[in-house]
Design a protein around this ligand. Structure first.
Ligand code: ATP
Ligand code: LTN
Length: 328
């Protein structure tokens, strides 16, 4: 089996964008790949975290993954902070990188452009991400569109290491879902649906009240043309809803365009609201089950137990090659 790895930050409530862009694809991959999924809690520290909230968000995130269908028997699910090798390899990756290439990362540039004071963590963020990936030598890294650039940097760093020392790392490939890689805000469909976004009306949260989520779909911004057609440039609102619909229903966008020829936006939105509502209902029911007792703690402990030897082996190899290790 080929190996796949991805991480997700516990920074805020999980959105429908996260579900479509990350959680759902992970679940569909779990039968085909050997998967490592971790909660990127070290990455979450790049912005100030209220400790109580961080703990809650971390638990909720894991619970939602499990509730959505991630199978801990098939996937190694763990906390990044439980495997100390991430931070250690992260330092070597930071030293291997150049200021210029980190400066070019759009996630950093976007945050810097806002003019607020930003922490050093945001700047070196991608080198820790490179370490997360390279410790496990996966062939594929499923991510949303916005993270593709970081995986490409990881490839560059891996290649640099391999050339400078000797063949060590597999060059990982980013895997961006064709549909749903970038779900947009329902109120402002030229902007990514994001948990750190404005007032929450444009963003559906997985643990949202089901009726509220349906209302959010019904009041999503569209256009005055009245035809259900995929055209992200001129019809960003409807195109985004089509993407959500396609991804949740398993139908293709052309199939949906065909199905709704001549139908109004109201009918289309109502059908989509039902689908979204059903998804949330199912996940929320399972969420209640998985948050009982010590289930989550047990899974995380087992995940760390499985991930640690893999990470340790890679780090030991790296430290031998770079001359840090001087005895056996
Ligand atoms: P923020 O919303 O604060 O910008 P984020 O949701 O992008 O953060 P993560 O929680 O780490 O950050 O994202 C987890 C995964 O979900 C990543 O692979 C990311 O690319 C994907 N993702 C996030 N938002 C969307 C979206 N709107 N559409 C599709 N995928 C998304
Ligand atoms: N940067 C990612 C989270 C993340 C990640 C990773 C994803 C941290 N380390 C390693 C894939 C592989 C984000 O913001 N979504």
């Amino acid at each position: 089996m080929e190996r796949m790895l991805s991480g997700i930050k516990p920074t805020g409530r999980v959105t429908l964008g996260n579900y479509i862009g990350a959680i759902k694809p992970f679940i569909s991959y779990q039968d085909e790949y050997e998967m490592f999924i971790f909660i990127a809690n070290l990455h979450s520290m790049t912005i100030t975290q209220e400790p109580k909230e961080l703990r809650k968000n971390t638990r909720d995130l894991i619970a939602i993954y499990l509730a959505a269908g991630l199978d801990p028997e098939k996937v190694t699910l763990f906390l990044q902070s439980d495997v100390h090798e991430h931070a250690q390899l992260g330092w070597y990756m930071t030293c291997l990188s150049g200021m210029g290439e980190l400066y070019r990362m759009t996630q950093y540039k976007d945050k810097a452009a806002k003019g607020e004071s930003i922490g050093t963590g945001i700047y070196v963020y991608p080198t820790l991400m490179a370490a997360d990936i390279l410790l496990y030598n996966p062939q594929y890294v499923p991510v949303g569109e916005d993270q593709k650039q970081h995986v490409e940097l990881t490839r560059d760093l891996a290649d640099r290491f391999n050339r400078r020392y000797s063949e060590t790392f597999v060059l990982p490939e980013p895997l961006v879902a064709k549909v749903g890689g970038r779900i947009m805000d329902l109120q402002n469909p030229t902007k990514k649906m994001s948990k750190s976004s404005s007032d929450g009306k444009g963003c559906i949260y997985i643990l949202d009240d089901v009726n509220l989520s349906k209302k959010k779909i019904m009041s999503a911004v569209t256009d005055s043309e009245g035809s259900i057609r995929f055209d992200p440039e001129n019809k960003p609102g409807i195109s985004n809803l089509l993407e959500i619909y396609a991804s949740l229903s398993g139908r293709t966008i052309p199939e949906l365009e065909q199905r709704y020829v001549g139908a109004g936006y109201g009918t289309f939105k109502k059908d989509l609201a039902e689908i979204v509502g059903q998804y949330l209902t199912d996940i929320q029911t399972r969420y209640k089950e998985v948050t009982q007792g010590s289930y989550i703690d047990d899974i995380l402990k087992e995940g760390a137990r499985k991930a640690t030897p893999v990470a340790r082996k890679t780090l030991a190899k790296v430290e031998r090659k770079i001359g840090i290790t001087i005895y056996k």
